[in-house]
Design a protein around this ligand. Structure first.
Ligand code: C2O
Length: 507
């Protein structure tokens, strides 16, 4: 295995990805979009980050990587580190033992939709579909906002862009950080395409006219190759597909990413919520307009089967939460798990574990409204989530993939709630799919299970960036005594706390 080093100067960069509006983005080394990170499985990756923003702290999360033994490198501010103040430097140093498609993004405040996000690709010579494709490439989609995040989130979501006070409405959809992309292909070849949604809010449907494909990996988990003609990808999810091209170059084919507009509480007339690119066989052939479709016939990821087959684990411990979105009468929108709206502690939770000895097993040491659960070591934990909100939400667990044991349909109407009843479970697959980000349907539920085999402090939250800011998060302190015996906080991470005036000694 090799060591791969990246030196990242995080700074402001001008760009105009939709051709409509020039704005500043958070870029790296003077460029936006930021570069993808690439490595081989088992490599050590060192990312040396200098914050040259001048006016904002930052912190970087490597989404989907387990950080086994290196919890301090996970990235979320006030969970595993202090934010890195402007003018300071921090090193992330970890090994990568998982193959597939990941991404990295800022995990400070609502910062990543200002541009600090990019793919993280881990090549694996032993992938089960090795030799079955000619090219290995990637594609990103995202919603896009002309205004900056501090502006959009001013007054805690008394939003200036959305008169209803709901989530900010995006200005455009992007394909590979631009619009009108031409994806050059050759006839009779198979392309491995790693797809990631790096947006802030909106799930997208993606399809390639005239081409079916096989889903072979989701969120770094290899799955039995599964035929599909469309995927539905929430923010933070990844799908790797194998797509075989036609044998003729007579025409080019539209490839389309389209917003799930049910996630927007209104759709302005000006919003173009589709973005069309082309599978370009021949620059001189036709570029036909995409056909209208009236139904999104996407493959339901619940039915994917991992290559490594495991039956549903038997749970030892249950964390049960219900989701609510509400306004407490002060005009500000909040999000709740069990009536608790997450508030970050002053001291990063991991640092509290390290400094609090045997008290670390007592959830109250992590502070009020941090909604912390302390988990045992080598147990099976079940997360039951009942969505008492009429919207769909993508949830992400750090440090793990989980089995998606159950997921209900959407409730038939906005006043009906489908809640989980363990005495009357719904459909349970023999070999449940696994991933790190999964959606729950409107007024529905899901049940996830995972093994506590990775001692660390792990965030579980809605990956809609606005909802995370509104408090839809909780913290799992997994095996705190094991954390104390095997984790190390590097000196430069403490130094970032000190430089920023953040507390870092626990109780
Ligand atoms: Cu993609 Cu908590 O992160």
């Amino acid at each position: 295995a090799a060591t791969v080093q990246y030196d990242f100067s995080v700074d402001w960069v001008q760009a105009n990805p939709d051709g409509d509006y020039d704005r500043t983005f958070i870029g790296i080394n003077g460029e936006w979009p930021p570069p993808p990170i690439k490595c081989n499985i088992h490599d050590r990756v060192i990312v040396n980050v200098t914050n040259n923003l001048g006016n904002e702290p930052t912190a970087i999360h490597f989404h989907g990587l387990f950080m086994n033994g290196t919890n301090a490198m996970d990235g979320p501010a006030f969970v595993t580190q202090c934010p890195v103040p402007a003018g300071n430097n921090i090193i992330y140093n970890f090994t990568v033992d998982q193959p597939g498609m990941y991404w990295y993004h800022s995990h400070y405040g609502g910062q990543y939709p200002d541009g600090l996000r990019a793919p993280f690709i881990v090549y694996d010579p032993d992938e089960p579909f090795a030799g079955q494709y000619d090219e290995d490439t990637y594609l990103s989609v995202s919603d896009y906002y002309h205004q900056s995040i501090p502006w959009l989130t001013a007054n805690k979501f008394l939003t200036l862009t959305n008169p209803t006070g709901g989530e900010p409405i995006p200005d455009a959809a992007l394909f590979n950080n631009s619009q009108n992309i031409k994806f050059k292909v050759e006839p009779n070849k198979t392309y491995k395409i790693r797809i990631v949604n790096m947006g802030a809010l909106v799930s997208q449907y993606i399809w390639f006219e005239g081409h079916d494909f096989k889903i072979v990996e989701v969120d770094g988990i290899y799955v039995e190759p599964t035929d599909a003609s469309m995927i539905y990808i929430t923010v933070a999810q990844r799908y790797t597909i194998l797509l075989t091209t036609k044998n003729s170059t007579d025409t080019n084919y539209p490839m389309i990413a389209s917003f799930d507009t049910t996630m927007l509480d209104h759709v302005p007339n000006s919003l173009v919520w589709n973005v069309t690119g082309w599978l370009t066989y021949d620059e001189n052939a036709a570029f036909p307009e995409p056909a209208m479709i009236d139904q999104y016939d996407f493959y339901d990821d619940f039915n994917l089967v991992p290559v490594e087959k495991e039956q549903p684990y038997e749970p030892d411990y249950q964390v049960s939460v219900s989701v609510k979105m509400n306004n407490l009468g002060d005009g500000v929108n909040y999000a709740f798990f069990n009536d608790i709206s997450y508030v970050a502690p002053d001291v990063p939770a991991l640092y509290t574990v390290m400094s609090s000895g045997n008290l670390s097993t007592d959830a109250t040491v992590y502070g009020a409204n941090t909604h912390t659960y302390v988990l045992g070591y080598q147990e099976v934990v079940e997360i039951v989530l009942n969505n008492l909100d009429k919207g769909t939400h993508p949830f992400h667990l750090h440090g793990h993939t989980f089995q998606v044991v159950e997921r209900s349909p959407a409730a038939p109407d906005a006043n009906t709630y489908l809640t989980y009843d363990s005495a009357n479970p719904g459909t349970v697959n023999e070999y449940p799919m696994r991933r790190d980000t999964v959606y729950v349907r409107p007024n529905g539920y899901f049940v996830l299970r995972f093994k506590t085999d990775n001692p660390g402090v792990w965030f579980f939250h809605c990956h809609i960036e606005w909802h995370l800011e509104q408090g839809l998060a909780l913290v799992l302190v997994e095996a705190p005594l094991e954390i104390q015996s095997r984790q190390v906080i590097p000196e430069d991470h403490y130094a970032a706390c000190k430089a920023g005036g953040y507390a870092y000694e626990g109780n």
